[in-house]
Design a protein around this ligand. Structure first.
Ligand code: ADP
Ligand code: MG
Length: 698
């Protein structure tokens, strides 16, 4: 979309400077392109007239026809309302208005037949009525004009200036009429035919004004396909060009790995771990730069995989880093890797925001001299002063928090070669999101848990059953187990959360008088926190009362019960992550979700999902459906996920289809030079110019 579509919206007939300013401000509509892509968010079904006797409570917006039989104002003051009744040959319906009574009343005339459009509701079990319906006098053309009427999002401000959905619809009509000759096909014939796609021009018209549901569905499919196809094409092109452009260091020596296997391997690797290590090894000795995503559920054993890959790099006289999004996670990695590194006589350090300047200096020097083999840390290690002698492998534990920009910063840390990159996600992410956020990476999945782990049993208990839960906890402690009790802590309401936590701690101390209890929360000093954690890790305390700081903080295989208080306030990913803290030993573990009786619908779904499955990918899928991609991934990465039409929660099939199509197309024509792909090249150029969608991912 160029030229014509870059025209400022001000120049559209019926807009002008004042309305244009409002559209800019309220809906970010600046150009013709913006307006035409302000797609309806729903459609009103005007294809059918319902009989009055067919109406039921809870139906969506429907259209009926009837003669006005009754008109009256009732009530006084703020309760004043206008009541009307219409009648057809099957029954009656009450219509009611609470606002603008005089204006409506003027339009209504008993005995006249009206087309009425609204939502039938039975208020508190009373008779059906429609509040504030739309009304038109039945005109002869009405019987033929049945269609799906678009509904556009608008704002209160716009509505007060008469730019409501109907007005936007009129603007779309004006614009589409002018625009048809400027809409060019953006997909090649081959794709159009193999997926029976609606032509672009028709789709742009029909997404606004479909005659029926089938037509709408075809228009939506076409436009969603296009949207997802171009994102995938871009990601895959990035991947191809990187493979071609950037040589990777060749790491083929394996004696360090062999030594580790033979002398120090603490357990047998699972089949899945072996499989992903093979995939990574193949990349690292291929001579191409590796860019791989490693997915695996909590507790699936990603750390050891990362360590073995580091050995490959170190074996080739290079260094390795592991970056985590938070200090706690970085410390956890450090603590997890340190014993392994020590066994192999390797030097390792931790670098975070709170590392002292004097220590930093030592680290910087050792890195440059090549004396430090492994560095773990937070984004502090992205700073320019952190320079390596020869960085060979960067492992990023993303936990959804780093973006492409940070990834590329790590690439720059070696001036001869880009280091190999291994991106790990701490919690599984749904396939559709992985394909979009990490569509330029190869993917490895650890889909198997270490042997001997029993799946955690999950229960839901209401607060009223607390005494029973305490009884269960006592029994488990008597059998030798340790227990976590977790409270939510959400920053804005920190004070009351802290009070909940302290109250809970006191009531547990009272209920378990003989049993030593630890407490850990974010407001404590780091060394006090550490001291309490250590007491629990050593088994000196049996119960750990904590906020979510333990989500990623500790690894105690003797802990078999996780009690989560106010479980309704946690997101699914968090609940799953917390549950992953237990079930690390061979004993049966339990996760008990405590809630009040009152639960929102979403909270109920979250809790039912936790009870139904322990599979992180399953859980991530539900989470995506409940929250939508933007929320799920945090704001940093929502850019790529800001799709105009497609919905990653619902359009998984279209996404897969579009990605496959893009892969096949690039296989045949990697440079997009064939004549049949001209529409693609032209479209990419225009996307670059108008920066729609495109800039978000580059
Ligand atoms: P995550 O994938 O969540 O990072 P970790 O790497 O922390 O998981 O591993 C979880 C626990 O499982 C650690 O205590 C680790 O030592 C152990 N572990 C990893 N792989 C295996 C295995 N193949 N057999 C037994 N235990 C394993
Ligand atoms: Mg981990």
């Amino acid at each position: 979309m160029t030229g014509f579509f870059a025209t400022p919206i001000e120049f559209l007939k019926g807009v002008g400077p004042a309305k244009s300013a409002l559209l800019n401000k309220e809906l970010h509509i600046f150009t013709y392109a913006d307006l035409i892509q302000h797609y309806p968010f729903r459609y009103e079904d005007r294809t059918k007239f319902y009989k009055l006797s067919e109406l039921k409570d809870g139906m969506p917006f429907v259209q009926v026809k009837g003669f006005l039989t009754f008109l009256e104002t009732a009530g006084y003051g703020r309760k004043k309302r206008l009541i009307a009744r219409i009648k057809d040959d099957t029954g009656e319906l009450e219509l009611v208005w609470f606002k603008g009574l005089q204006w409506v009343q003027k339009k209504l005339h008993p005995g006249v037949e009206y087309v009425v459009f609204g939502k039938p509701v039975a208020y508190r079990g009373s008779k059906l009525n429609m509040a504030h319906p739309e009304l038109d006098i039945v005109a002869p053309q009405h019987d033929t004009s049945g269609c799906l009427q678009p509904v556009y999002s608008s704002t209160e401000k716009l509505k007060s200036k008469f730019l409501d959905s109907r007005a936007i619809m009129k603007l779309q009509t004006v614009l589409l009429e002018k625009a048809v000759n400027h809409i060019h096909e953006t997909l090649p014939d081959t794709l159009m035919q193999s997926f029976k796609l609606m032509p672009k021009k028709e789709a742009m018209i029909r997404i606004h004004f479909p005659d029926n549901h089938q037509m709408l569905q075809k228009a939506q499919f076409r436009l969603k396909f296009e949207e997802l196809f171009y994102i995938q094409l871009k990601l895959l092109q990035m991947k191809i060009s990187r493979i071609e452009k950037y040589k990777g260091m060749v790491f083929s020596k394996t004696n360090l790995i062999t030594e580790f296997y033979n002398k120090h391997m603490p357990f047998e690797l699972t089949g899945a771990q072996k499989k992903v290590i093979r995939e990574i090894y193949r990349d690292m000795r291929s001579g191409k730069q590796m860019n791989r995503l490693l997915q695996g559920d909590v507790g699936s054993g990603k750390t050891i995989v990362a360590f073995l890959c580091m050995l490959l790099a170190i074996n080739g006289d290079a260094q390795a880093v592991m970056m985590a999004p938070t200090e706690i996670l970085a410390i956890q990695h450090y603590n997890g890797l340190k014993p392994l590194a020590l066994k192999m006589g390797l030097q390792m350090a931790l670098l975070t925001g709170s590392t002292k300047t004097s220590e930093r200096k030592v680290i910087h020097k050792m890195l440059l001299d090549g004396d430090l083999h492994i560095l773990t840390g937070t984004h502090a290690l992205l700073e320019d002063v952190v320079q390596f002698k020869n960085l060979g492998l960067a492992v990023i534990d993303e936990q959804h928090r780093f973006g492409v920009a940070q990834r590329s910063k790590l690439w720059q840390k070696n001036s001869n070669y880009f280091p190999h990159m291994l991106v790990m996600t701490a919690t599984p992410i749904p396939r559709t999101l992985a394909m979009t956020l990490y569509g330029d990476l190869d993917v490895s999945v650890i889909d198997e848990m270490p042997a001997g782990r029993k799946p955690v049993k999950t229960l839901h208990r209401y607060d009223s059953a607390r005494l029973k839960v305490f009884g269960f906890m006592k029994e488990e402690i008597r059998k030798g187990s340790q227990i976590y009790v977790v409270y939510p802590l959400i920053e804005e309401s920190e004070k009351s959360d802290l009070k909940d936590l302290m109250d809970g701690y006191e009531s547990i101390c009272r209920a378990f008088p003989q049993i030593p209890v630890s407490i850990v929360h974010g407001k404590m000093k780091p060394d006090a926190k550490d001291y309490e954690m250590q007491r629990f890790v050593k088994g000196e305390t049996k119960i750990m009362v904590a906020t979510t700081v333990i989500e990623v903080g500790v690894d105690v295989s003797n802990a078999t019960v996780m009690v989560i208080e106010n479980a309704e306030r946690f997101g699914l990913a968090q609940l799953h992550q917390l549950r992953g803290r237990v079930g690390r030993g061979a004993d049966q573990s339990w996760c008990i979700l405590m809630t009040d009786y009152k639960l929102s619908k979403d909270a109920r779904i979250r809790i039912e999902t936790m009870i139904r499955t322990t599979n992180g990918f399953d859980i991530a899928d539900v989470d995506l459906k409940l929250r939508g991609p933007g929320d799920l991934m945090g704001t940093q990465q929502s850019g790529v996920l800001d799709l105009l039409l497609a919905d990653l929660g619902k359009d998984a099939v279209i996404l897969q289809t579009a990605r496959d199509a893009a892969i096949r197309l690039l296989d045949k024509d990697p440079q997009l030079i064939s004549s049949e792909n001209v529409p693609i090249r032209t479209h990419i150029d225009s996307l670059k110019k108008t920066a729609v969608n495109w800039s978000r991912i580059s």
